[in-house]
Design a protein around this ligand. Structure first.
Ligand code: MN
Length: 206
């Protein structure tokens, strides 16, 4: 067997990833239902435009030469660039997900900016891990995860996860949002409980 070839990547602090094979933009207009204050989100869309980029992702994936399939055990490496902002009292954030294969872990390493990784389990654990440049969080499997930008510059991270992990975005939407909200508290951020959260479905109900 001839394994896939190694890939050299160049990672800039602004998230530019030389060697990326894919890029996507998530726009303000795509984030309906993500923020608790729906009016604040609608107002932001009206003022800034539905096409305004909320966050972007570059990633790099490799395939086997002969089959074009992703090799078992492969990693996906990428960068995420989350723009700053406030929607009501909530800071700008990504949609968030649980891996479809829930035991798959993920590393996030902050390249620039100031953010929080909001992490929750179906069973009721919550963690908010603050990250600035040079800090990383090694997230085990089974944690629902979302990036939150609590700063005034883009929150830029390098991430790495198993290529077969997949993403389950519905788990947060069906629960009325994550259990915790990351909100403004003066000039700082804090965690509050989300009154709309109705609990996560159990893995066996998926
Ligand atoms: Mn993930």
């Amino acid at each position: 067997m001839v394994p896939a070839l190694p890939t050299k990547l160049t990672v800039a602090t602004d998230g530019t990833l030389t060697g990326a094979t894919r890029h996507y933009d998530k726009r303000l207009g795509d984030l309906g239902g993500v923020y608790r204050d729906d009016n604040a989100w609608r107002q932001a869309v009206a003022e800034r435009g539905a096409d305004t980029i909320a966050y972007s992702v570059d990633d790099q994936r490799y395939a086997e030469d002969r089959t074009g399939a992703t090799p078992s055990g492969a990693l996906i490496v990428g960068t995420s660039m989350l723009q700053p902002g406030l929607f009501g009292q909530e800071y700008a954030m990504t949609r968030g997900h649980l891996h479809a294969i829930a035991d798959r872990a993920e590393l996030y390493h902050c390249l620039s900016g100031h953010g929080v990784m909001l992490l929750e389990t179906v069973e009721g654990h919550s963690e908010a891990v603050e990250l600035t440049a040079g800090e990383a969080v090694n997230i085990p499997g089974h944690w629902i995860h979302r990036s939150v930008n609590v700063g005034s510059e883009p929150f830029v991270t390098l991430f790495c996860y198993a290529a077969d992990a997949g993403q389950d975005y519905g788990i947060i939407a069906e629960a009325g949002g994550m259990r915790s909200l990351i909100v403004r508290n003066g000039n700082d951020w804090t965690t509050t409980s989300n009154p709309d959260h109705v609990g996560y479905r159990r893995a066996e109900e998926q």
